[in-house]
Unconditional design. Sequence first.
Length: 450
Amino acid sequence: MFTNEFILLCQAYAKSRTDVLDESTEDSKKLCKYSIEFQSYILEFRYMKKASVFYKPGSLYCVLKLRKNSAVYYHLTDIIPFLEHKTFKSCYFWNIESPERLKCCFKSLESTLTDILSQIEPFLSDDTVLKEALFQSYKTVYNLKPRDIDFEKIDNIDDFAHGYFLHLQKARDGYIFSRYCNFKPYALLLKNKTAKALAKYEKLNQKNKLLEYEKALTAHVCDSETREFHAFDPGCDTSVAYKFMSPVSGLKAFVLCFAVASVFFCGFCAVWNLIASAGTLVFLSAPWYAGFMCAALCSIFGAIAFFMYMPNKHLSKTERKNFERLFISKAEKKAAFIVFVLVTAVSIFFAVMIMLPNVRFYKDSLEFDDSSYNYSRIDSVYYIDARYGPSGNRIERGSYVILFDDKTSLDLDGYASVDYTEKEVLPLLKANGFEVSFADSERDLPWYTE
């Protein structure tokens, strides 16, 4: 996404400092890390390009390593509760869809970082209180027992605890990020649904599941006069992204695709029937509205393929394009379009297969499939009350069956309803001298065979 812009911002930050010893970049497919080494600590900015289990796409945050020879590093939210002057601006940013947004979010993170670093001096010589709280959070989050890991040995690279801690620390990154992103209580705070958020945090507190930052945050919200919480500067708020990816937007995309597809498929079925029924007295086939089934199948994948092109009153054309690039990769767009084309082809084939079976009644004959019979070849006409399925189960569904002199039959079930048959077909058959006989099921017809 905006990896180069991220690196340039990190370089500019390092250049603004006079105490930088070294800089390094570690860039992978999903994550770019930019490390800045100072005299006493290491600062690492992180830019998550692609979404994963815990991360949103286009995410930004940073961590601090207060001991260069230690495996331990801290998220800013691990440090803030122990500062004299606490800040509750968000340390995490997500759904960053443009270079301008990235610049704004980085500036906000830089401001928060400056505030924290101005108070961090005591912890550079002794971070015991931070480390104890950090290890306690590991025990809380992962429900660790004393025998599971010895935190005193995590810096011994030859000990099992070292590798195990690195694994836990990496997993915790995503957990902490999501805790201050889409975790339900925090998400409610971001929407200023304070009462609901505090109620959920209280339940966590009763279970001893609150993190130190959350304890400080809830106290801050409760102490504020308005009980409102503003985590982002206006330029950093990407909540508008939810207007792009909301279920309502998906539903609108489906409805629009369904409307267009319905016009095509229902029109196709109607024209097909019009042509196929030319010259007939009675025509039995799938109705024009059978096209809705094909339209629905086609629209499911059409909504996915054309989702990003749907109009959205909440977003400008540029914003929509930016969020499209953020949430949907070129490969995904291509795959969605290919699948849509394939499904459309299948839907058209399905529509043809639905419309092909039909029965055409003319003045002197009737035709179905590839067969043509004069009315003189009709042996008898039956009404059956039920039929039997392949497994021998009885199906209580009646229909009319026409028997021919070559011992073949035409069951009108599937071509027309009983009511329609009685209204349109029976008068024609009776006019040709045929009366209806009755039978319990197809097994009782004169030349029934298994």
